[in-house]
Write a protein that binds this ligand. Structure first.
Ligand SMILES: [Zn+2]
Length: 65
């Protein structure tokens, strides 16, 4: 699970996927280029290499379950 923070309405939004666009569900601001944070640890996630962030996705998925 990923988290992004909207600097327009100051709300956090969540998504299970890093793919595609990301619009703030509250105010509709485009957060696609904003940094990802791990929704569990709130650590910033640097998404570049595909094999690496697929590992993170599995890791967080296990924690949620
Ligand atoms: Zn917003």
């Amino acid at each position: 699970m990923y988290q992004k923070h909207c600097d327009q309405c100051h709300r956090s939004s969540f998504s299970s996927s890093e793919l595609g666009g990301w619009l703030c569900p509250v105010c509709g601001k485009d957060l696609t280029k904003y940094p990802f944070f791990d929704a569990m640890t709130l650590e910033r996630i640097h998404i570049k290499a595909i094999p690496y962030h697929k590992k993170i996705e599995k890791y967080t998925f296990k924690h949620i379950r």
